[in-house]
Design a protein around this ligand. Structure first.
Ligand code: HPA
Ligand SMILES: [Zn+2]
Length: 357
């Protein structure tokens, strides 16, 4: 495997990111800074990895599985306390994403992991919205927030959080673009969340869920059949079910794929095992995303590079992926047209420059 000459093209290509947990962009350096500012003691007595930025970084090099990672993820986010912390976190991500030519970002956040610590919805929203305004003003980047509910907590907890957000008008006023579900997967099949997704659908709210990351293809089927999810986050294991693949193609369901995450959490052994060719050949619509970039060793561009270095896609193939990620975005038609035009321009320039494909 060698580094592809298309890296500069991939850096320039306008991108949409749909699968990025804002709490998963909390780099150890910012974590230590916020913990010191807020007087939060990290549990170094229980886990020596919390001793320093360097030791935590070293610990993040390997995770056994999703739950091993989630243990660190939930502890680290306890350093987020006031609106300025959420703003600093989200702004750092938007700035990094802008440097990699992300032009539209839809960002997950986990309110239950914050309200359970006494951080109010209004605190989170104030900080995240301030960062979104700066991303628009400074980077001309469009952004959306997707409120995720946690699968390891009981349904009534998710319903209460959903009702609180709905009651505050966060869906009606566009503060939140959609609901999603994340956290531990295998013990919590999608059908458990039927009541929540029915309520969201009745209220005209968009719906996505993590499924088929560690869990089987049947969890993706449940997410479509029972939850009527309009997108699937990961959906990696859909490739094990040909009928499901066909259905995803027919319904134009976007899979928000995260190759470096899948390797880091040992869902696959290496990027070479990522089923990119199978998904491309089947005609499934997907986007490539970073998931939890502070933990998984790369932001969106490193995910693009890893796929390119392993699969050697053509400029035209990347153009198709970029177009699909625009069409699967939850933004206005007008914004989609702008993004498609940006992609066309960059692809045209690079086809001319490299005289190929
Ligand atoms: O990769 C993930 N999977 C499930 N839940 C998550 N919450 C943050 N990251 C993840
Ligand atoms: Zn995720």
């Amino acid at each position: 495997m060698c580094q592809s000459p298309l890296h500069p093209f991939l850096a320039a290509l306008p991108k949409c990111e749909h699968h990025m947990h804002i709490e998963g962009s909390l780099e150890p350096s910012l974590l230590f800074e916020l913990a010191a500012k807020n007087g939060i003691a990290l549990p170094v007595d229980k886990d020596a990895a919390f001793a320093s930025v360097e030791s935590l970084h070293a610990r993040y090099q390997t995770f056994q599985n999703l739950d091993d990672f989630l243990g660190y993820y939930y502890i680290a986010m306890s350093a987020l306390v006031d609106a300025a912390d959420f703003e600093a976190l989200a702004y750092a991500y938007f700035a990094k994403a802008a440097s990699q030519n992300v032009r539209h970002a839809e960002v997950f956040f986990d309110p239950q992991a914050h309200t359970s610590r006494g951080v109010s919805f209004s605190t989170m929203v104030a900080g995240l919205k301030a960062a979104q305004r700066r991303a628009q003003a400074e980077f001309n980047m469009s952004t959306e927030l997707i409120m995720c509910l946690l699968k390891h907590l009981p349904l009534p907890d998710a319903m209460k959080t959903f009702e609180e957000a709905k009651g505050a008008g966060y869906f009606a006023d566009g503060t939140f673009a959609a609901i999603g579900m994340d956290s531990s997967e295998k013990p919590f099949p999608p059908k458990m969340w039927e009541e929540l997704f029915v309520a969201a659908k009745e209220a005209g709210i968009r719906r996505t869920t993590h499924a088929g990351e560690e869990g089987p293809a049947d969890y993706v089927v449940q997410a479509l059949d029972v939850l009527d999810a309009q997108r699937i986050d990961h959906g990696l294991r859909s490739v094990e079910d040909e009928a499901l693949l066909k259905r995803l193609v027919e319904q134009k369901t976007l899979l928000t794929l995260c190759p470096l995450s899948n390797v880091k959490l040992q869902c696959i052994g290496s990027v070479a095992e990522f089923p990119l060719r199978k998904l491309l050949d089947a005609g499934v619509r997907f986007s490539i995303n970073s998931d939890d970039p502070a933990y998984f060793g790369g932001y969106i561009l490193e995910n693009y590079y890893a796929l390119q270095d392993n699969f050697g896609l053509t400029i035209r193939e990347w153009e198709g992926i970029a177009q699909g990620s625009v069409l699967g975005s939850w933004c206005s038609e007008e914004r989609k047209q702008e993004l498609l035009a940006e992609i066309k321009t960059v692809v045209g320039e690079w086809l001319e420059k490299l005289g190929e494909q």
